[in-house]
Every structure is written in C-alpha cells, then in structure tokens.
Design a protein around this ligand. Structure first.
Ligand code: ATP
Ligand code: MG
Length: 143
C-alpha cells in the first residue's frame, strides 16, 4: 500500500528532513519515490481544496508555495490498506503540535498548527488521489 507524505517548508528549512525520513524507515516503511520541489499555487490549492474558505486557507497556500518541500511516496507492507495510512498518521501525530503526543513527529518537532511541518494522506482514498498530483508511475519504484 502506497501513501504520500510532504515534509513541509518549515521542516526543510530547519534541516529536519533526514530525521523525519528515518522515523518511517525505522518502522520498515520503504521510500518508493522522493523529490524536492517548490509547490505551485495550482497544486497547493488542489491538495488543500477541502480547506478553501477557512480563515487559515490563504496563509496555508502561501506557506506551502513560498519555499521547497520534500515529497515522498511511502510503501507500507501491512495486512489492511487502512492500517497503512493510520500507521503513518500515528507516526506524525495530531494536527496541532500542542496536542500531539511526544514521540510523534509533530509532538517532537512542531510548534504551531499554522506552521505544520508534515502532511500525510489521511486515508487510502486520499493517498490514491494525492500521489498522482506529484509523481508519475515511472518515478515510483517497487522493491
Ligand atoms: P495535513 O493535511 O497537512 O496532513 P492534517 O490532516 O493533520 O494535516 P488538516 O485538518 O487536514 O490536518 O489541516 C491541513 C493543514 O491546514 C494543517 O496541516 C495546518 O497547516 C492547517 N490547519 C488546519 N487547521 C488549522 C487551524 N485551526 N489553524 C491554522 N492552520 C490550520
Ligand atoms: Mg489533512
């Protein structure tokens, strides 16, 4: 089962990419595709379409497009597809770093909900929609 993570600009600028990737690797999760790019406004709006109209929407799009992010397709061998996305969400922690448990990525490195350091697809359906926004099939490797 594949899912998408985005190590957002706040983490890239702080040099946390390696630390974050290693947390997934330690679970036995494989990196099947990875790239650095500065998100276009069009793609940022597609990714966060469901947040349009929220009071934080404009700054969310601005944050995501102002500096580079690291995009990765994770390949997760679990028995149930839904467990793959829920495991990844458990590793990243609650949306609000103040509520995220210690030991999670957001709990250990996050400060503010409006400066979130990582995104992850929140269901197998979301993963299937989000991965093709950023990766061609030939950029994803099975091993
Ligand atoms: P993501 O989709 O980035 O993985 P999430 O699924 O945990 O995060 P969502 O509710 O989908 O949380 O929010 C998407 C993003 O919108 C958050 O990562 C955060 O940057 C921003 N956001 C969400 N809620 C708020 C809020 N109350 N105030 C400011 N920003 C927010
Ligand atoms: Mg979300």
């Amino acid at each position: 089962m594949r899912t998408l993570i985005i190590i957002r600009p706040y983490a890239v600028i702080r040099g946390l990419v390696g630390e974050i990737i290693s947390r997934f690797e330690r679970h036995g999760i494989r990196i099947a595709g990875i790239k650095v790019l500065r998100l276009s406004k069009v793609l940022a709006e597609k990714l966060y379409r469901e947040h349009e109209g929220k009071n934080y929407y404009d700054s969310l799009i601005e944050n995501m497009t102002s500096k580079p992010s690291v995009f990765a397709v994770l390949d997760i061998d679990v028995l149930d597809d839904a467990h793959a996305t829920s495991l990844v969400r458990k590793i990243i922690g609650d949306t609000d770093p103040a509520l995220a448990d210690m030991g999670t990525i957001r709990g250990d490195f996050g400060l503010r909900i409006d400066q979130n350091i990582i995104h992850a697809s929140d269901s197998p359906d979301a993963a299937q929609k989000e991965i093709p926004l950023f990766f061609d099939e030939k950029e994803i490797v099975e091993y």
